[in-house]
Design a binder for this molecule. Structure first.
Ligand code: C5P
Length: 233
């Protein structure tokens, strides 16, 4: 059973996916980690001299930044650890803490807009899916990575609800400057993810869309598990 779980930034894909995977006895991979890992490694190696937008990266010649990022994407590996996965780029293991830095969040949509980076990472994601039953969470799993998935779900929620959830998870008060920064950052990422010409963030035609604004985490997990069981019959 392969489940595609797509949705915008902070729509709960990770929390929902992990709990649903445990209930269904499947593996879970958050594919955003791959794009973040390549971005982190590139920042660490000083490949960006300043923050670049998707449009700026696409205007550059293929030699240089885009080519180097594509090489890194091709050298990205995912190793199973129980039901979890660890990600390495060119043999360098990336920790979860590195992946959530504001620098990575600012630069990742531009890295994710490069078609050749997506082609390399698509193969990495498909390899994980063929190893066994799994839930892949991302933006284009149902449309591009696993169009043949038995079950496709798109989690949606307003930007305000998503930012409030993320702020509370990180211990920031609603209305604080950190809350505002989270809201601005996720709206900017959504804009870039929806507007890019390759694999934009859109629900697959055959996806079940779940609006989560007024649902608890448990209610969303129950809906995902029920949809997976229906699809597996
Ligand atoms: O899901 P997460 O917020 O960790 O994803 C980080 C970024 O990676 C997204 O903003 C998006 O640009 C990119 N991404 C993508 N396709 C995926 C998963 C993530 O383009 N399947």
């Amino acid at each position: 059973m392969r489940i595609a779980l797509d949705g915008p930034a902070s729509s709960g894909k990770s929390s929902v996916g992990q709990l649903a995977a445990a209930e269904l006895g499947l593996g879970f991979l958050d594919t955003g980690l791959l794009y973040r890992a390549v971005t982190h490694r590139a920042i660490e190696l000083g490949i960006f001299t300043s923050t670049l937008s998707a449009a700026e990266i696409m205007l550059m010649p293929f030699t240089g930044v885009r080519e180097r990022l594509t090489e890194m994407a091709g050298a990205t590996t995912v190793t199973e650890r129980g039901r979890d996965y660890t990600v390495a780029v060119e043999g360098s293991l990336i920790t979860e803490r590195d992946l959530e830095s504001p620098e990575v969040e600012l630069q990742v949509p531009a890295v994710a807009a490069i078609a050749s980076v997506r082609d390399e990472l698509r193969e990495v994601q498909r390899d994980v899916a063929v190893r066994g039953g799994t839930i892949l969470a991302g933006r284009d799993i149902g449309t591009v990575v696993l169009p043949e998935a038995e079950c496709k779900i798109f989690l949606d929620a307003t930007a305000e609800a998503r930012a409030a959830r993320r702020a509370m998870q990180r211990g920031f008060a609603i209305g604080s400057s950190e809350h505002q920064r989270i809201l601005d950052s996720l709206m900017a990422r959504d804009r870039e993810d929806r507007a890019r010409p390759v694999a934009p963030l859109i629900p697959a035609e055959d996806a079940l869309i779940i609006h989560t604004d007024h649902l608890t985490l448990e209610q969303v997990v129950d809906q995902v598990v029920a949809a997976a069981r229906r699809a597996g019959r």
